[in-house]
Design a protein around this ligand. Sequence first.
Ligand SMILES: [Zn+2]
Ligand SMILES: [Zn+2]
Length: 87
Amino acid sequence: MKTNRNDSCPCDSGKKYKNCCEQKRFQSGDENRMTRWFVSAAVGLFLAVFVWGVIEFFATDHPEMEAYKCDNPSCGKIHYRPITDNN
Ligand SMILES: [Zn+2]
Ligand SMILES: [Zn+2]
């Protein structure tokens, strides 16, 4: 059985269906669309910040380094130091 839009609403509000639950249905659809849009935007923003953070982490925590043999004879291990431009 199909509800006629000009009939009184089945929810017994006394309003016509087209002025009552039909509009609520559209409104809730808009809310769902807004919620989905907001969630996807938030997830996208989070992913963008996360990826940027990872890139930034590797860019800052691992600058160009070079391995060098320690000058200290009692050490003799390989250390890492930032590459400098002074020849
Ligand atoms: Zn209704
Ligand atoms: Zn050393």
